[in-house]
Design a protein around this ligand. Structure first.
Ligand code: AMP
Length: 520
């Protein structure tokens, strides 16, 4: 098996790699590093979690070892779709280039131009940027791209989703024709194919398996859910989410909860907090310092539940995430793969549980088609939960949260009072323009880009609830067990492990751990 030491990497780079504890390249690294070191263009079809950042960072550092950057003329360029991803690449660069004298600048929104200008003026070897911010610097005359020798495009498929392809093309055109290009994408949509045909020269193509879909260490499940009443959908869905989290017990050491819409990210985070869970939101409308702080807290374990949008959490490398909960079925099937890829990283076990509304069934079918498997159906843990005495429909599950008013004093049904009390601060009504995460980059340079330079609205996103409200019968979990590839003993244990607080009618699903408990 190839070792890093077999590759022609600079000694200083090898020393830094040794310190990270890695000695064997991942498949994308084994495939990409050698041709990149030979100066060839590389087309890497790999998603996050495969080690692709090092696959381009390590040869870049080696190749840039000789030579010096001139003022305002970076020698290499890495483009990433979001600020967080760009920051992550910068962290990787710092770790692997620590024994070299190479310099870098990170150009992302939310950071003052002045600071970034100072660095660029000094001259940097590596410029890591989101496309919008880079073009803004360019249009202000602060940046010259004619000395770029290596250009990396990371997560090109995400760039496409976010509408950055025109920006990428513009940047390509501003760099020298002779540059070397390392291009990474999880998928090869026709538009990506077109770009690579136009801007890459006889690339060496390396394709690695989709880590998340082939990964046996992520146990997946979906709960088919239909609200008792349309106006209670949000409340009941959040209640279901809490029950699913609780059902995982101690196996759930931390989790990322994905929502399709930014407003839901806020609502779910507030709701979880209200119910005593340690949760915080992250999405593109929050300012950068807030996002960074929240992520740091999640990384260092001081925050247990990160409620996130796709854009904000895409590609983030947080090694020990035990669970991913999909509060919504993502509207683009590939996002499912990216979402669940946040767990089960670096050989750990992980669990990914999703809630599917009847109106999300079409998207769910797309997910199953993409991952080429039937996602195991899980029982709704609330289905067999006895209703609290005297109440038909208990929103909060925490009865003590509710006003202890006599029912006769109000014409409102009791459950609506509960809604009002427990959920009102996180206003259910969605603003009209509440689209799935992302903001449209404003066309034209220097015309006041949106503050989220790395985030763009998905024009195709279908925001309006679909009319298809067909009742989906939840499939019986046990009947599907045979189909549950790799379910690893789930469903074997009977009802021995009673779950505190659920009474005697605990469904088998709740009493069982979802997967082998993730380590770390
Ligand atoms: P990436 O796909 O670049 O986001 O990397 C995913 C994770 O794999 C990161 O935590 C890296 O530190 C880790 N990683 C990168 N290269 C290796 C390697 N050769 N062996 C083990 N882990 C690695």
């Amino acid at each position: 098996m190839t070792k890093f030491t077999d590759l022609n990497l600079d000694k200083k780079v090898l020393k830094a790699i040794a310190e990270t504890g890695y000695d064997t390249p991942t498949p994308i690294q084994a495939g990409a590093i050698a041709p990149a070191l030979e100066g060839k263009d590389v087309l890497g079809i790999a998603q996050t979690g495969t080690g692709k950042t090092a696959a381009f960072t390590l040869p870049m550092i080696t190749l840039l070892g000789r030579g010096r950057a001139r003022a305002r003329m970076p020698r290499s360029l890495v483009l990433a779709p979001t600020r967080e991803l760009a920051a992550q690449v910068a962290e990787n660069f710092d770790a692997y280039a620590k024994y070299t004298k190479l310099t870098k600048a990170l150009l992302i929104g939310g950071v003052s131009f002045k600071e970034q200008d100072l660095l660029i003026d000094k001259g940097v070897d590596v410029l890591i940027a989101t496309p919008g911010r880079l073009l803004d610097h360019f249009s202000r005359g602060k940046l010259i791209l004619s000395d770029v020798k290596i250009m990396v495009v990371d997560e090109a498929d995400r760039m496409l989703d976010m509408g950055f392809i025109p920006d990428i093309e513009e940047i390509f055109k501003k760099t020298p024709f002779t540059r070397q290009t390392l291009f990474f994408s999880a998928t090869m949509a026709p538009e990506i194919e077109r770009i690579t045909n136009t801007f890459l020269s006889a690339p060496v193509k390396i394709e690695v398996a989709r880590a998340a879909t082939t990964s046996e260490n992520i146990k997946q499940g979906v709960v088919m859910f239909k609200a008792s009443r349309k106006d209670r959908e949000g409340t009941e869905k959040r209640k279901l989410l809490r029950a699913l989290i609780e059902a995982e017990g101690e196996a759930c050491t931390n989790a990322i909860i994905f929502c399709n819409r930014k407003s839901d990210v806020d609502i779910v985070a507030k709701s979880l907090k209200k119910y005593g869970m340690d949760a915080a939101p992250i999405h593109g409308d929050l300012d950068q310092s807030h996002r960074t702080k929240t992520l740091d807290q999640f990384r260092d374990g001081s925050l247990k539940f990160l409620v996130a949008s796709d854009v904000a959490a895409r590609g983030l490398d947080i090694p020990a995430v035990s669970h991913v909960f999909n509060f919504d079925v993502p509207s683009h099937a590939e996002d499912y793969v990216h979402r669940i890829g946040r767990t089960g990283r670096a050989g750990r076990k992980g669990a990914a549980i999703m809630i599917c509304n009847p109106r999300d069934e079409k998207n769910f079918e797309d997910v199953e088609r993409l991952v080429k498997m039937e996602v195991p159906r899980l029982d709704n843990p609330l289905d067999n939960r006895p209703a609290p005495t005297g109440q038909q429909d208990d929103d909060g599950s925490k009865v003590e949260d509710k006003p202890k008013r006599s029912r006769s004093r109000s014409r409102k049904p009791r459950e609506d009072q509960a809604d009002a009390k427990t959920e009102q601060p996180v206003a259910e009504a969605k603003p009209k323009n509440d689209k799935p995460e992302g903001e449209k980059p404003q066309r034209g340079r220097g015309r006041g880009r949106g503050k989220q330079d790395g985030e763009k609205q998905d024009a195709k996103a279908d925001d309006a609830p679909k009319q298809d409200e067909r009742q989906q019968q939840p499939r019986n979990h046990d009947n599907n067990r045979d189909n549950n590839r790799g379910r690893g003993g789930r469903g074997r244990g009977g009802n021995d492990n009673k779950v505190v607080g659920l009474g005697d009618d605990t469904p088998a699903f709740i009493a069982l751990s979802f997967a082998e408990r993730p380590k770390g």
